[in-house]
Structures are given as C-alpha cells and as structure tokens.
Design a protein around this ligand. Structure first.
Ligand code: AMP
Ligand code: MN
Ligand code: MN
Ligand code: MN
Length: 284
C-alpha cells in the first residue's frame, strides 16, 4: 500500500461530537475518494460496528479507531488508536472510565455559564448530544450558536470554553501510559493526534514524544485538518527524528463546521512510513 493511498483515519460521528451518523460519514468519505477509512470518536467505540458495516457496503478499506483524551503536563492531549480489537475488555473498561465524569463536568460548565447570564446551557447542550455518555464542549458550543450568543463555534471556544473563560472546567483525563497500553494491548497502534494544537514548550513536547515512544506508541499525525502546510513539514521531521510512522486524517466533525472535508487532505510528505503500511494486517 502506497504513500498515495487516500486514507482518512480521523473523524467523528454523532456517537461523540460529530453531526453525521457513521453511515453518512462512510458515504461522504467514499464520495470524496477515500480508500481506507476509520471512525475515531472521542473516548468511545460504540459506533464502530456500524462504521465497519457501512465501510464494507461502500467498498472501502476499514480500520477500527478511537481518539482517547489524555492529560499530560496539565494539558489535554489526544491519542488516536487504530486497528485494535474492539472487543478487548481492558480497552473497553479504560474508555468507559475516561468517559465517566463528563456529565458532572458539563453541569459545572453550565454553572459557570449561568454566572455570566447564559441560562440552561446544560439542557441546551443536551439537545445536541447523540450519546448521553459523551457530552462535550462541542455540544455547548452548538447551543451557544443556536441561541445567538455567538456566530460560530470557534468564537464560543475563544470566549467561553477555553482556559480562564466562564464555561471552562479543568478535567483529569486518562494517563498517557494507560491510553497507549489500552490500544497496544488490544493489538492496535497508538498515534499522537494533531501535535501542533498543543501549547507545549519545545522541552515539554520532547517529553511527550519521548514518553509516548517509551510506552510503545508508534505513530504521529502529520497531515491533519488541524495543521497548517508548514506544520506538515515540521511534524514530518519529528516523525523521522523519533522513528514514528505518519498518519493522515481530516478530523472532520460536521459539514457546517469543519474546514477540512473528508478525504481531501494532501498526501503525506515523502520519506515517511504511513501508519497503514504497519497496519496492513489489521485492515478489514
Ligand atoms: P471536550 O472533549 O469536551 O473537551 O471537547 C473537545 C472538542 O472540542 C474537540 O474534540 C473539538 O471537536 C472541539 N474544539 C476544541 N477547540 C475548538 C475550537 N477552538 N473550535 C472549535 N472546536 C473546538
Ligand atoms: Mn471533537
Ligand atoms: Mn482531537
Ligand atoms: Mn478529533
């Protein structure tokens, strides 16, 4: 399988904070020429059976996937897992525990928003939730757009949902070591998602990559909807420096919100090992 395969290995459905069903995503991916696809809902694998069936119906290659929320050096880092056995009980239990606490966090977020005059945000966000265990900041953002407080979700995050803002509630997610172990223990590959999004110093970022490797992590997203073209190059170098395979994924959430469409990113830069080369035995 070549560097040029149209692989899109990162997107979200209604099972987490996307707005499309797994079936609609598969159809959209196929329509855009995707040849190998994975659904990577946040901390949740409840959509994978539907995703697999839909991918097969569309004639696309398919990998199991999830995007796990981790706390590393006081920041939230996302680890994508691909090609794992979705029946693995340690993985399932780990994800279940990672999802736990989202509801309490959401109520605290609503309390914070109420203090600045935004009422009933918990109930408002719930209207957008497809999976009761997976209420996220994105659902609050959609409610604040719907109720006219902001024009778009980006503005909501900037004004209300990021550190220091009224609806922000700090949260402890999984340990890096555990997330990598759940994925690799289930036969999958752990991948650092969109590294350019984190606000680490160079030393902290070095620590992230070093510890991730040490725990058995094998990949990094190089070409993602969250990176600029310059960042494709920067993380291509990081992948080589750390001996990591490279992944490619749009991080598509919604036709109305996502700036990167499924299957439309550029190819991986030359000289990298695509994650799908190492995962060929796991492709369904
Ligand atoms: P949570 O897991 O509840 O903290 O929500 C995280 C999700 O919020 C991410 O996966 C993104 O989908 C979304 N998100 C984070 N920052 C932004 C932003 N600046 N603009 C739009 N969506 C964002
Ligand atoms: Mn998301
Ligand atoms: Mn992410
Ligand atoms: Mn994502």
């Amino acid at each position: 399988m070549t560097q040029l395969l149209n692989a899109d290995l990162h997107c979200h459905s209604v099972v987490s904070d996307g707005t499309l069903t797994p079936e609609a995503l598969a159809e959209r991916a196929k329509g855009n020429g995707v040849e190998l696809w994975a659904l990577t809902d946040h901390d949740e694998i409840g959509g994978l059976q539907r995703a697999r069936d839909a991918a097969k119906a569309q004639g696309m290659g398919y990998l199991t996937g999830a995007e796990i929320s981790v706390t590393f050096l006081h920041q939230t880092v996302h680890i994508v897992g691909l090609g794992f056995d979705a029946a693995n009980s340690d993985l399932r239990e780990g994800l279940r525990r990672t999802r736990g606490g989202r509801q309490e966090r959401a109520m605290e977020m609503a309390d914070g928003l109420a203090k600045v005059g935004i009422k009933d945000a918990y109930e408002g966000a719930l209207k957008f939730v497809g999976n009761p265990e997976l209420i996220s900041r994105t659902h609050f953002a959609r409610f604040l757009v719907e109720s006219g407080v902001c024009k778009e979700t980006n503005e909501v995050f900037r004004k209300y949902l990021t550190e220091g803002k009224p609806g922000y509630v700090p949260h402890r997610w999984a340990l890096l070591k555990d997330a990598v172990q759940w994925i690799t223990g289930a036969g999958g590959m752990a991948i650092i998602a969109h590294p350019a999004r984190y606000k680490f110093t160079p030393n902290e970022e070095f620590a992230l990559f070093t510890e991730f490797k040490g725990h058995g992590g094998q990949g990094v997203e190089v070409v993602t909807g969250s990176h600029s073209v310059a960042e494709f190059g920067i993380y291509a170098s990081t992948a080589k420096e750390f001996g990591l395979a490279a992944s490619r994924g749009s991080d598509f959430h919604s036709p109305d919100e996502s700036h990167t469409e499924l299957g439309t990113l550029p190819a991986l830069p030359a000289g990298l090992t695509p994650v799908w080369e190492l995962l060929s035995a796991r492709i369904q």
